[in-house]
Design a protein around this ligand. Structure first.
Ligand SMILES: Cc1cc2nc3c(=O)[nH]c(=O)nc-3n(C[C@H](O)[C@H](O)[C@H](O)COP(=O)(O)OP(=O)(O)OC[C@H]3O[C@@H](n4cnc5c(N)ncnc54)[C@H](O)[C@@H]3O)c2cc1C
Ligand code: FES
Length: 538
């Protein structure tokens, strides 16, 4: 999805601006040929790229320049200024780029470049000043005889695309049981469920993209077994597929509540789930959301937007306190209450009947529909039956390789040794899944690219509250609050032993991005992580 409204502000860069008036590193938002354009001077070069991010249209002039890349303030996508290439998710499409000329102290954008998809440049920029070139075999003819990807979600899709960007020419087959995938899963609980986004916005790419990239999506078919000896995957249609390299990116499945009447409870993971919830809304006036999780609360917000009276029942004392702390938990709760949501906290659900949800204090909440968001479990059945090492998830090393040669894992299913926290993590973040898929692609082609991105996620409630979270802190001994939480203008740092482990921000997107760069810079100065796959096996 992108924001198509073109608002032209700033100078006309095609006419030109005075070069000496622009500082090195300054981000100049202007326009050229009727399009928003960002002009940047990274000495000694001048660059011009489109001014809006290709993910959701984030304003790149509010982003952060890191060497010769620009990062988007909204969800931290990264683009190469030299070519506009989208080098780090969540943006999957390149930015248009422009030619720039400087003459007699006037810098001008002279024309839009022909925008056939350029090949990615083969390096990631990890520090504020030091781009690190990742060595890998850039020979397009090289690589495995074939790549099979199980799961066409965030990680699987990103892996397939990146293989082509890196010049891989062999067969790529994505096995995907969901006939609608790949699509923008985070949107399911937000604009799509709220009725603000048409279904056409959901696919990550049109079908023709995959045909043009020669990425075969075997849709509606389940992978039922993996044989790591013969290097083959068995499929539910009875066929067997051999692989040179395999990615397991099977994601996760919602945890189902085992309570009387539980068959009335809906869960939200797939587009099909979402369509079913939307269909059930026509006759509904009241809804109960079970679970005050990110997804549960996003669903509550979207159902309010659809005009329903919504209650949230959850066992904790404050929504999201375990992840965001008490201050942000109170804010989230008050934003929802202002929209009419009624919370029933410190309560467990004991059953569901035709008209209501029953709580452990005997009370009944009116519920024409019931949706639960109480967490997910990684889809491990395949990995387990193939005898791969598990670790509350599919265990992978820092290169995202599993215990079987040539078999990789990425996304919600995978637990990896996180470089920054020096611990093994499994998270459920869209950007992490996509970036892991991208790193797997490079490593399948012979790179030894460590996955050391700092985990990032976002969550959006109504049009009011958008939370960005960088880092990872499942416990902390102090929080440091800058700004005013209740005014929704704040940065909350989660501290452990005096060090910042993570930061959540509201309406301070750039600060969140700066924190990402600071975490990365800190990481660059450290020795490589000590936790490996062997540690998981022990
Ligand atoms: C409603 C919702 C909202 C979200 N919002 C946000 C958000 O705002 N921000 C954020 O950071 N994260 C968000 N997330 C989390 C994010 O979507 C996940 O972290 C991400 O999708 C994980 O990517 P993945 O590729 O690991 O798994 P998935 O995207 O789930 O993809 C896995 C795919 O594998 C397929 N599959 C599984 N087993 C098999 C098999 N045996 N054979 C064939 N195919 C198989 C599945 O059908 C699925 O399509 C949200 C998740 C949901 C459900
Ligand atoms: S809008 Fe730029 S990363 Fe999402």
């Amino acid at each position: 999805m992108s924001d198509d409204s073109v608002e032209l502000t700033g100078p006309d860069l095609a006419t030109g601006v005075e070069a000496s008036s622009i500082r090195a590193g300054q981000l100049i938002a202007g326009h050229a040929f009727g399009e928003p354009v960002l002009l940047v001077h990274v000495e000694p070069n001048w660059f011009a790229v489109a001014g809006k991010c290709t993910h959701y249209g984030g304003p790149l002039e509010q982003g952060v320049l890191v060497a010769d890349t620009i990062r988007c303030p909204w969800h931290h996508a990264c683009f190469q200024l030299t070519s506009g290439a989208a080098s780090r998710a969540p943006a999957l499409n390149d930015l248009p780029s422009y030619d720039v000329a400087v003459e007699n102290n006037i810098v001008r954008v002279t024309g839009k470049r022909d925008h056939a998809r350029p090949k990615a440049e083969g390096y990631r920029t990890r520090g504020a000043s030091a781009p690190e070139r990742v060595l890998f075999d850039a020979n397009p003819a090289a690589g495995p005889k074939s790549v099979v990807i199980i799961g066409g979600g965030a990680a699987g899709n990103a892996c397939a695309e990146m293989l082509r960007r890196e010049g891989y020419r062999g067969p790529i087959t994505v096995i995907e049981q969901d006939p609608d995938a790949p699509y923008d899963r985070p949107n399911l609980s937000k604009d799509y469920l709220a009725g603000n986004a048409p279904e056409e916005w959901l696919p990550l790419h049109p079908k023709e993209f995959y045909a043009a990239q020669r990425i075969e999506i075997v849709s509606g078919v389940e992978a039922t077994g993996i044989d790591t000896q013969s290097k083959s995957v068995q499929l539910s249609d009875g066929t067997t597929l051999e692989y040179g390299r395999l990615l397991i990116a099977t994601g996760a499945t919602p945890i189902r509540l085992d309570v009387p009447g539980g068959s009335r409870i809906s869960y939200l993971r797939t587009l099909r789930d979402c369509r079913a919830i939307i269909e059930s809304l026509s006759a509904a006036k009241t809804a109960v959301v079970i679970g005050a999780s990110f997804i549960g609360l996003e669903v509550a917000a979207s159902l309010v937007a659809r005009g329903l009276k919504v209650s949230v029942a959850a066992p904790e004392a404050l929504p999201l306190e375990r992840v965001l702390g008490a201050e942000l938990g109170k804010l989230v709760m008050s934003v929802h209450e202002q929209q009419g949501v009624v919370f029933h906290l410190n309560r467990k659900v004991t059953g569901v009947d035709e008209k209501s949800v029953i709580l452990d204090d005997g009370s009944r909440l009116d519920a024409d529909i019931v949706v639960a968001g109480v967490g997910v479990r990684p889809n491990l059945r395949l990995a387990e039956s193939a005898g791969l090492v598990l670790d509350n998830g599919l265990a992978v090393d820092e290169f995202l390789e599993t215990s079987a040669k040539d078999v990789f894992g990425a996304g919600d299913v995978a637990r990896w040794p996180d470089a920054y926290s020096d611990r093994r993590l499994r998270v459920e973040h869209w950007v992490v899944a996509e970036r892991q898929g991208q790193v797997v692609a490079r490593n399948m082609l012979g790179a030894r690219d460590r996955f050391d991105d700092i985990p990032f996620f976002w969550s959006a409630h109504y049009d009011k509250l958008s939370i960005r979270y960088i880092g990872h802190a499942d416990h902390w001994d102090a929080t440091k609050i800058e700004g005013d939480v209740m005014k929704m203008d704040c940065a909350v740092s989660f501290m452990l032993g005096g060090a910042r482990r993570a930061m959540a921000t509201i309406n301070r997107d750039r600060e969140n991005l700066v924190a990402e760069v600071e975490f990365e810079t800190e990481l660059l100065l450290r020795p490589p992580p000590s936790v490996t796959l062997e540690a998981a096996e022990a």
